[in-house]
Design a protein around this ligand. Structure first.
Ligand SMILES: C[S@@+](CC[C@H](N)C(=O)[O-])C[C@H]1O[C@@H](n2cnc3c(N)ncnc32)[C@H](O)[C@@H]1O
Length: 283
């Protein structure tokens, strides 16, 4: 509020296509926190305006206030999904944090897991991470072991991209030439400069929407390996703990949990023991 009792607007009402106030931003913060556990800090004001403006254009609302009132009272999941998709951050890459894939390879080669191998990549974004896991696992096991790999995310758009498995060759620099030959088809003519994961490998991954902060996961069996990287960073401490407890429940004893480089869960040592840099073992 300013000294006249009016709401202040740091981004400047007049220069914007839609009316956007501090209380609209506070409302967005609260809705995305309730739905996805994501903590949007105040520095995200301009980013939120720009990402959600597209939703106003699509739905025809002229002000954020009206759009948000409608959204809140709306039971149709489609716009909620669009709202969530607009606000997630999906940065990822092939073999990001390479040391994790070396640890995964050692773990699989040493035959720690019992029976069929089950892996869950729980914030898979556009697919670079689950395909990196798949290549590592198949190479480590000489394509011999039965593998169940689930890739999930809250964002339905990134999952659709992941299932397509099409990437710019420029983004495949971390994939070894041998793996390029085995796992990818290079585009020709109008698809030159692109590569696609071969269908037999795409089909080995089950893509599904899973919200990490909702208590309705319906997995069968226990996972030997879970990747949950660079997503809990958006959650507060209490949410992180709840998600960790749930992940713990769906993992096999001795299984490995891989987390992002800026995530630290040593306080949850009752659930997971730190095994190496950002890798935890299920107790
Ligand atoms: C920064 S990306 C990280 C991608 C990948 N794990 C990596 O480390 O390269 C974060 C991903 O978490 C997803 N995400 C955010 N909140 C989520 C939630 N509540 N449940 C599941 N996924 C979520 C986002 O949609 C996004 O794709």
């Amino acid at each position: 509020m300013n000294k006249y009792g009016h709401e202040t607007n740091p981004v400047g009402i007049n220069s914007r296509e839609f009316i956007w106030t501090d209380s609209d931003f506070t409302k967005v913060q609260s809705l995305i926190y309730q739905r996805a556990g994501i903590n949007l800090h105040d520095g995200k004001h301009a980013m939120v305006y720009s990402r959600l403006s597209r939703r106003l254009r699509e739905t025809g609302y002229k002000s954020f206030k009206d759009y948000l009132i409608w959204l809140e009272g709306n039971n149709d999941g489609r716009e909620w999904q669009e709202f969530i998709n607009a606000l997630t951050t999906n940065l990822t890459s092939f073999f990001r944090e390479r040391h994790h894939f070396e640890i995964l390879e050692d773990y699989l080669r040493s035959g720690h897991h019992k029976g069929n191998l089950q892996i869950w990549c729980s914030a898979s974004s556009t697919g670079e991470e689950p395909y990196s896991i798949l290549m590592t696992a198949l190479d480590a096991l000489n394509h011999q072991s039965k593998l169940k790999l689930i890739a999930s995310d809250i964002d339905s758009n990134v999952l659709a991209t992941a299932a397509q498995g099409i990437y710019h060759v420029d983004d495949l620099g971390n994939v070894a030439p041998e793996q390029m030959k085995v796992y990818f088809l290079r585009g020709k003519d109008s698809n030159k400069g692109m590569a696609r994961v071969k269908s037999e490998y795409r089909n080995m991954i089950q893509f599904m929407t899973v919200n990490l902060v909702e208590d309705n996961w319906s997995f069968q069996g226990l996972f030997d390996v879970v990747f949950c990287r660079n997503v809990m960073i958006y959650f507060d401490g209490a949410t992180q703990r709840k998600v960790l407890e749930r992940i713990h429940r769906v993992m096999a004893p001795g299984g490995l949990l891989f987390v992002g480089h800026a995530e630290n869960f040593t306080e949850s040592r009752d659930l997971f023991v730190l095994k190496g840099k950002t890798v935890y073992e299920h107790r």
